[in-house]
Design a protein around this ligand. Structure first.
Ligand code: IVH
Length: 690
């Protein structure tokens, strides 16, 4: 029974906190019904009134504000920058299939990989592939504590403040006894009407337009001011729930289909257009059903994601380097359209590659305006005989930059000429070369401003040294004033040098110097990425830096040794090796070392954080031949997760990983009662799935 409150007496604080709790619950439920279920039960005016009551209560008693209060969705102050965070569990991407045959080939591939371990009937879950931006959300004890972008799958950016503005993402799970930690994966996207509205506003304001809803969503998520984000009506579909610390699995469902339902019941919006299929033919039917219907949806989709329903079978199949073996994206074909080639221009990249581009009469394609297409290289233009004035078919698919598929020669006007590919670099005027075994034409002038500029911009970029404020504009100025020639010169710049530069005031100069100073603290993996060695993207740089913990170790390694790093192939190894052989590069490293950049470092702080608790500090022994992993690969995996690998089984051994033809070590493990793991179990442990 509730006690009567005397209106003339000030309410007791416990009553107030109870009322605040009541209001939060009411408002959260109403918001879920409105945004997720699309069936509001509370009138807008009533919602507003309750919201205001809570707001007033919180204003008068700030101690009553909780992180999950609906009033706390929008931050007060804009962020100054985003920090990068290591994902608790990496985000994989999906392999693509473009037609039925490729889908069926995938079915055969996973069946082979299962090696006879296949249940009689296998179900597939079909979900629409939403064309947005992947998010990783972390809930602790039911509370949203972190929202991050996908980034490179290993590290993303912490955009929690912005994620909190998305109404279909619950700040607190609707779950009486939530797990200690829950990782949610899903796609943030902008509805098409919001996208159009944003672009209309940008056009009016004279701001550059977003090319497509996906870019607009990604751009919005990276807005520093969460008040702006809140206005943009981002939305979110959840598709994966991972329970990193669920050892008994009692809270998790055992299949994808039920887990989607579970996601919905704890407060997420889950795409209703899904189907549980009993065969690959059912999957194809779903794909065909949606091939035209998808155009009526209020958001963009670019395919169907097909997932094996059973988590047990998913676990048996595991992952390749990049993809889960148990899922595939069945993509819709790219859209094509004719348009006119208005001009052909060339761009010189940071590797000196001279890339021709077609400047097109703007055309709508797959929800975006296309006005340029890559022409790849000299041979491509010659083969298709693409000329200025031609009408061509352009094609665009998902991530891929639009490309020219063919020329409609019957529409070619009189007087056109074959395109004369430049023989000189359009930037520095030096002759270009086309190495015999390469399709690419290159400028090989090491001092070509385009190459220097590319190298500098890359060094300063977000994934590399992340030097705030050092964009193309300043780089151009520094180069034209001969202030710098290499990235090492950045670190000898003085305030006097900088203030000579047009429009650079004392304050900007100091900010830039500060940013350069901060960049010296960036970890060795980022420095390695920043060097711009061919084939060394951010993921490879991280893999290499984790293995070679000093630059000296990497510098003196032979290609064969570099190749032993898990994930690094011969081409990458060769490229790294060759890069370090060049004297100018050796000088560069020395100068950067002298400047105080990081060229060593074991696991970074973030890496330590992500170390897998099940493995960190534990001792493993490997014995026998594992079905997929080579001995070194298994060893690397364990070490990367913070574990130790030793040669012999003793009482101190925590796990023995057992493969085929295991001998005395397995017997010893049995004798000592040490737990044994199969390859699959090891992978599950590494991936935090067990
Ligand atoms: S599952 C390991 N399901 O597609 C599982 N992804 O190339 C990986 N996406 O990065 C993802 N809708 O951003 C999954 N229903 C869906 C999806 C989906 C869109 C995106 C996601 C991912 C990309 C895969």
């Amino acid at each position: 029974m509730s006690k009567e409150r005397n209106p003339s007496m000030p309410p007791e604080s416990s009553d107030l906190s109870q009322r605040a709790q009541e209001l939060r619950n009411l408002l959260q439920r109403a918001s879920y019904e409105y945004h997720v279920l699309d069936s509001p039960t509370l009138e807008d005016a009533v919602y507003d009134q309750l919201y205001r009551e809570l707001q007033t209560l919180e204003e008068q008693h700030p101690e009553l504000i909780t992180a999950d209060s609906p009033t706390q969705r929008v931050g007060e102050k804009p962020a100054t920058q985003f920090t990068s965070v290591r994902h608790h569990i990496p985000l994989y991407s999906l392999e693509n299939a473009f037609n039925q045959d490729e889908l069926k080939a995938w079915e055969q591939r996973w069946q082979r990989a299962a090696d006879g371990d296949i249940p009689d009937s296998v179900q597939y879950v079909c979900e629409l592939k939403i064309d947005g931006s992947a998010l990783a959300l972390t809930y602790e004890d039911g509370l949203l504590v972190r929202g991050a972008t996908r980034g490179n799958g290993i590290e993303g950016e912490d955009i929690t403040q912005n994620v909190r503005t998305i109404r279909t993402i619950p700040l607190r799970l609707d779950w009486a006894a939530p797990p200690k930690r829950l990782e949610i994966r899903g796609e943030a996207f902008l509805p098409l009407d919001v996208f159009e509205q944003i672009n209309d506003e940008r056009a009016t304001a004279g701001d550059p337009l977003f090319a497509n809803p996906r870019n607009a969503a990604a751009g919005t998520l990276r807005q520093l001011d969460s008040r702006v984000v809140a206005k943009r009506r981002l939305d979110f579909f959840a598709y994966t729930a991972l329970f990193p610390e669920d050892n008994d699995r009692s809270i998790a469902t055992d299949n994808q289909w039920d887990s989607l339902e579970q996601l919905h019941s704890i407060g997420f919006r889950v795409n209703p257009n899904r189907r549980l299929c009993e065969s690959i033919d059912d999957v194809v039917a779903f794909y065909e059903d949606w091939s035209s219907d998808r155009h009526d949806l209020p958001y963009l989709t670019d395919g169907v994601v097909v997932k094996i329903n059973s988590f047990a079978l998913q676990q048996t199949l595991g992952f390749t380097q990049k993809f889960p073996r148990w899922a595939i994206a069945l993509k819709y074909p790219a859209e094509e359209s004719p348009t006119l080639v208005e001009n052909i221009s060339v761009n010189v990249g940071r590797t000196g590659a001279v890339t021709p581009l077609a400047e097109l009469r703007p055309v709508q394609l797959a929800g975006t305006t296309v006005s340029r297409a890559t022409l790849h290289n000299r041979d491509f233009i010659a083969e298709l005989d693409i000329r200025v004035g031609d009408t061509v078919i352009v094609r665009k698919a998902g991530e891929i930059i639009p490309e020219v598929v063919r020329v409609l020669k019957e529409l070619r006007p009189d007087g056109t000429q074959p395109y004369p590919f430049p023989t000189e670099c359009p930037v520095c005027g030096q002759p270009v070369v086309q190495p015999e075994d390469e399709a690419v034409t290159r400028c090989i002038n090491r001092s070509c401003p385009a190459i220097l500029k590319g190298a500098l911009v890359h060094w300063a970029s977000r994934g590399a040294l992340d030097i705030n404020g050092l964009g193309e504009k300043w780089v151009d100025q520094f180069l034209s004033r001969d202030l710098i020639q290499t990235v090492a010169d950045l670190y000898t710049l003085t305030e006097d040098d900088l203030i000579q530069v047009e429009r650079m005031g004392k304050k900007s100069a100091q900010n830039l110097l500060d940013a350069l100073e901060i960049s010296k603290q960036q970890p060795w993996s980022r420095v390695l990425f920043g060097l711009g060695i061919r084939h060394v993207g951010s993921v490879n740089a991280q893999l290499l830096a984790e293995h070679f913990t000093t630059v000296e170790a990497l510098q003196s390694a032979m290609p064969e040794t570099i190749e032993t790093v898990y994930g690094i192939g011969p081409e990458i190894a060769q490229s790294v090796y060759q890069w370090f052989q060049v004297p100018a590069n050796q000088t560069l490293i020395q100068r950067l070392k002298d400047a105080g950049l990081q060229f060593a470092g074991a696991a970074s702080v973030q890496q330590a954080e992500q170390q897998n608790e099940a493995i960190a500090g534990k001792t493993f022994v490997l014995t026998g031949t594992l079905p997929n992993l080579k001995r070194d690969e298994a060893k690397d995996l364990i070490q990367q997760a913070g574990g130790k690998v030793t040669g012999s089984v003793s009482k101190k051994t925590d796990y023995v990983v057992v493969g085929e033809d295991a001998g005395s070590k397995q017997a010893k493990a049995e004798q000592l009662g040490i737990p044994q793991l199969s390859e699959v179990q090891l992978l599950a442990l590494v991936e935090g799935r067990s």
